[in-house]
Design a binder for this molecule. Structure first.
Ligand code: SF4
Length: 322
């Protein structure tokens, strides 16, 4: 069963039925390396202000730095570091228009071009896909990590399988369960999710070996920062992260109102171009890739803005140096 095809089809459904940002394959933990399959992010009251800054993710280090609006600051002091990571975050913030830069006396100064809108996103729902519950793999452990950390507002298990009581008993009671049919793009709620506590302390399971479990307590402030980083990455990434292959067998396939899925006639299903397509594929026939514009489709279907005009504030009289 092709998990990728299930995942992108569910993204089309979410994009039609949820009002905000849908993205896939994002880090959703503090230190543990947990990657969640899909997130659906509800817009907050400041969403428009966020969309006006940049279509890309704003680096967390740049938001956390003491670079503010109005006052130019020497970049190394504002980041309290001249590490490669700090430099990269500063450059990225300048490139996307979140920071402005000036040079005086051989030193480089930066300031925010616009204030960061802290309340641009609301609830974050995480979805773990397991189309075939007959081969659950690490599912139970992954869902327990999500529930105990409580970074997300809700966690859902999405499947195509018939869900039995035994299945429901095996997964944490807080996890909601959806049955999703990719052919009809229909979703059935088997069990509602129980809201988690993203503003409470969380417990992250880092490692489990026989007789010992290594954990970390994650305080609310750390969780708030992780949620913002997750939301930023989702905003920048979206879910149409693949390029259509240069193959005569591929075509764009419609699902839930968007023609965004790479359907292979030779395989008879949606394919994951990065791992399945290329000259090594027995069905490959060189041809021009279909002419698709995933960003235009994303903008048509969601509040994400592809080419914002930018909001550089007036700084008259505020140019002062430390
Ligand atoms: S490369 Fe193979 S899998 Fe990809 S579209 Fe062509 S035939 Fe299908």
């Amino acid at each position: 069963m092709c998990e990728f095809g299930f995942e992108v089809s569910l993204c089309t459904w979410l994009e039609r039925h949820c009002p905000g940002i849908v993205s896939r394959q994002l880090g959703a933990s503090s230190e543990g390396g947990r990657v969640i399959d899909i997130v659906a992010i509800e817009p907050g009251p400041d969403f428009g202000a966020r969309a006006a800054i940049s279509p890309r993710a704003i680096p967390d280090r740049a938001i956390e730095s003491s670079v503010g609006v109005g006052r130019w600051r020497h970049w190394k002091e504002a980041f309290a570091s001249d590490s490669e990571w700090a430099r990269e975050a500063c450059e990225a913030a300048i490139e996307i228009g979140f920071f402005e830069r000036t040079r005086r006396g051989g030193r480089e100064y930066v300031r925010q071009a616009t204030r960061y809108p802290a309340e641009w996103f609301g609830s974050i729902v995480g979805i773990e896909n397991k189309p075939d519950l007959g081969s659950p793999g690490d599912l139970d452990r992954q869902l327990r990590i999500d529930v105990s950390l409580g970074l997300l507002d809700e966690v859902i298990l999405a499947t195509e399988s018939y869900v039995t009581r035994a299945h429901l008993n095996r997964i944490p009671a807080e996890v909601g369960v959806w049955r999703y049919d990719r052919e009809s793009a229909d979703r059935e709620v088997i069990r509602e999710a129980t809201p988690l506590g993203p503003t409470d302390y969380g417990v992250e399971v880092l490692d489990r070996v026989p007789g010992r479990t290594e954990i970390e307590i994650v305080p609310p402030a750390r969780k708030a920062r992780l949620r913002r980083r997750l939301a930023e990455r989702a905003y920048g990434k979206g879910w149409r992260t693949y390029a259509f292959p240069s193959c005569a067998q591929v075509e764009t396939r419609e699902s839930a109102g968007t023609t965004s899925l790479p359907y292979c006639r030779w395989k008879g299903r949606t394919v994951q171009p990065a791992t399945e397509c290329g000259p090594d594929c027995s069905g490959h026939e060189p041809a021009d890739a279909p002419d698709v514009d995933p960003e235009a489709e994303r903008e048509r279907r969601t509040p994400w803005v592809r080419d914002p005009e930018g909001r550089v504030q007036e700084q008259a009289g505020l140019d002062r140096f430390e």
